[in-house]
Design a binder for this molecule. Structure first.
Ligand code: SF4
Length: 456
């Protein structure tokens, strides 16, 4: 879970535009943020732990002049939440210096790191990508193409080198990347909402396996690796990660989530007085559930929007504390039979606390409805879901999960229902954390700290 942004726009304030682009991608990672710029071919970067607005201010942005820029918001999926792993990463190699911003997890990072040898400044798999380009004596376009050919797993990348902006997606297309235009200037972004925010128009999605390079001669696109026969855009993007106003593969995410809720109401109706979401991620599906069932929608739980998304915070201790600070029920839930809609249950601890909070506020019944199927397997492609033994549904039946979260009833959306709501064919999506059927070979170990000095 990370957001990437890139722009080539001589004459514009590229760092400032990237800053705003990153604001639109803040939901994809809240641990660190950074911007790297290229001015006359020289790279400068500024990155730090924290939110975009905490890392940058007017003074820092004005110290980043250039014609090209990339930016990154990070949630750690490989490597710890440490400054050294904040991106964009700058890597100095014999051929050039490269700045990289990466979303996704490589499944062959261990082998590539071993092959490339020492001198890594981070414990993140992303630096491998930078090193491959920085070590390659050929022109940037060929070096980036060669790097793309070597990578396995999930890699949506934007980079700067030799005064050029480049971006690519792995051949499965696990993570999104779109190409837009601000006037004639090319913009790359994880999601269309970032194009909207900077005033760029959407041109097209970068295809899986495609490399895009922007320089003084324009934008060159090349299908470096054939698109995988089985596409694997992450279905989690549809029901949880992407912003609702983003269009993924031409489908508006909010609309897809409303359809998930409508379908859920058909598959798992409940006799109830109010439908309420666990905000914000459960809101569109709760709207859909309410519409399809005719049960009135209620805000029910008021969210303190200044406490960040609990899922994004990596430590379990922080997560428990986060929930207590985050929601407060309205008086209208007292005495009511409630349908509570959320997008997913991973560990179950958040849902259990919310159910308890609603009963404490006087709810008569709490029927939990989840707009995705049970999550039963880890992700190797860039979403830090938890390990399998931490996933409540991996080892428990639906009724056991219901009991653990203390709900009156519990139902999940079927896989078919979720699939249909995305309006994408099964062959276009990764659903491995729901099905245990991975679209690529995966490493035996998914430990995100495996490149830390203390890791064995
Ligand atoms: S395993 Fe799940 S979270 Fe990971 S890419 Fe596939 S669908 Fe997305």
């Amino acid at each position: 879970m990370c957001g990437v942004f890139g722009i080539r726009a001589p004459g514009r304030d590229v760092a400032r535009l990237t800053y705003f682009g990153l604001h639109a991608l803040q939901h994809r990672g809240q641990e660190s943020a950074g911007i790297a710029v290229s001015r006359d071919g020289r790279l400068t970067g500024l990155r730090d732990l924290g939110l975009v607005a905490q890392v940058f201010d007017e003074r820092k942005l004005s110290g980043l002049p250039g014609e090209l820029a990339i930016g990154h918001t990070r949630y750690s999926t490989t490597g710890s939440n440490a400054w050294a792993n904040a991106q964009p990463l700058l890597h100095h190699g014999p051929a050039r210096t490269v700045a990289i911003a990466h979303n996704g997890n490589l499944t062959n990072a261990d082998a590539l790191r071993t092959e490339l040898g020492g001198r890594f400044g981070s414990t993140s798999d992303s630096e491998v990508v930078a090193a491959l380009v920085a070590n390659d004596e050929r022109p940037v376009r060929e070096a980036a193409a060669a790097a793309l050919e070597r990578l396995q797993g999930a890699a949506t990348v934007v980079g700067l080198a030799d005064g050029r902006l480049f971006g690519f997606r792995d051949p499965h297309g696990f993570r999104p990347l779109v190409l837009g235009r601000l006037g004639d200037d090319p913009v790359l972004a994880s999601e269309t909402c970032a194009l909207d925010l900077v005033g760029a128009r959407f041109e097209r999605e970068v295809r899986p396996g495609e490399l895009v390079v922007a320089d003084a001669d324009g934008v060159h696109a090349e299908q470096v690796v054939p698109e995988a026969r089985r596409g694997a855009l992450c279905i989690f993007e549809f029901f949880y990660l992407a912003r609702p106003d983003t269009r993924l593969a031409g489908v508006e995410v909010h609309g897809a989530r409303v359809r998930m809720g409508e379908r859920l109401a058909e598959e798992a109706p409940a006799d109830a007085d109010l439908v309420l979401p666990i905000p914000d991620s459960g809101t569109p599906a709760a709207i859909g559930f309410s519409r399809a069932s005719g049960i009135p929608f209620s805000e029910g739980l008021i969210k303190n929007r200044y406490v960040h998304r609990t899922f994004i915070q990596p430590e379990q201790g922080m997560r428990v504390q986060g929930i207590r600070m985050k929601f407060n029920p309205l008086a209208e839930v007292a005495g009511k039979r409630l349908v509570v809609v959320d997008d997913s249950i991973v560990r179950g601890s958040t849902t259990r606390q919310i159910v308890q909070m609603l009963f404490d506020a006087g709810a008569a019944e709490v029927h939990v409805r989840i707009s995705s199927p049970p999550i039963v397997a880890p992700c190797f492609y860039g979403i830090d879901l938890a390990s399998e033994d931490e996933m409540i549904a991996a080892r428990a039946s639906v009724d056991e999960v219901r009991e653990a979260i203390g709900a009156t009833s519990l139902a999940y959306l079927s896989l078919e229902g979720l699939q249909a709501s995305t309006r994408r064919p099964e062959s276009a999506l990764c659903r491995a954390c729901l099905t245990r059927s991975y679209p690529t070979p995966v490493p035996a170990r998914s430990d995100k700290l495996r490149f830390e000095p203390s890791a064995v």
